[in-house]
Design a protein around this ligand. Sequence first.
Ligand code: FMN
Length: 352
Amino acid sequence: MSLFYKMGTAAMRMLPAERAHNTTIKALKAGLGPVANKTASPELITQVGGLTLPNPVGLAAGFDKNCQVPDAMLAAGFGFVECGTVTPRPQVGNPKPRLFRLTEDKAVINRMGFNNGGLDEFKTRLEKRHGKSGIVGANLGANKDSDDRVEDYVKGLKALWGMSDYFTINISSPNTPGLRDLQNENAMDELLGRIAEARAELTGSTPSYPVFLKVAPDVDMSEIERIVEQARMYGMNAIIVSNTTIARPDSLQSAHRGETGGLSGAPLFETSTAVLREFSAAAQGKIDLIGVGGISNGQQAYAKIRAGAKAVQLYSALVFKGPGLVTDINRDLKARLKADGFNNISEAVGQG
Ligand SMILES: Cc1cc2nc3c(=O)[nH]c(=O)nc-3n(C[C@H](O)[C@H](O)[C@H](O)COP(=O)(O)O)c2cc1C
């Protein structure tokens, strides 16, 4: 990472977390982001849920909620970018402060509450970049005050069909009361059933776009097989494991550790990877997995891949290390593949 970005990241840490984030988005919009070396690395190419990615390291949802800077993040070296969460109607989210850096713990707590500009604005931005290269997905959510949350996901799918390279059904954010209840068996039947119907209607002449399901790490291990089975039955193309956790490990040092919201970053790595391993055991290769949670270096990205992920995503580590991080991770991944005698990512997937 260049000195410029190290200095920029250090300066950002002096601002309150949400202002720093907004400033980062502005800088990226102004073209001030890092540009990764464009040389293709065939060994890093990976297939997940019907997508072919130039490298397995994706930007997790929540960084670019309104899809303002996907191309800047692709240019920074991410193999794919997930924008959102977007809800049908614009929403202000929870009162501020709602984003906290736990510097001592290399962690973040957020209770943003799906603040976003809504589907219309999101769609306009995706339309503007239509035809450009690079995989950009839309993470869909429901409005807090919606009287039909399932319909909100269907609205997202319909509005952005043809514009987004893939969709993520986010039923795992802890900051919209009751949202995680959609992971329960009956609720998932209804939700995934209606999504399958909408996809069948939409597909007609247009190609079918992959749809992923994003789950929480705070899941009862006994529920994992059921979730995998339902996701498969309703034609989901991959499961993203995981969102932030509502757990608070005893190890947390920061004064912010008691804040309400979802915890992400370093303290999430072990649990989210253990949950990923369980999903991998239940999936037996029949549905693809994307590993997210606490990745801040190549070793951790590689550990998720060896635990069964065909691709990974990260967000919190950007807060501490800046967007140059993705190049370092990809370089390190290549070295690890070589050292272990693998020719490509897929050979390492699920190798333990
Ligand atoms: C500030 C913040 C906002 C987030 N917003 C969303 C969101 O809108 N939708 C979503 O699916 N995940 C959201 N996430 C969760 C991340 O996508 C990711 O699953 C989680 O942070 C774990 O990865 P990490 O440890 O690399 O950050 C958010 C995370 C953070 C830190």
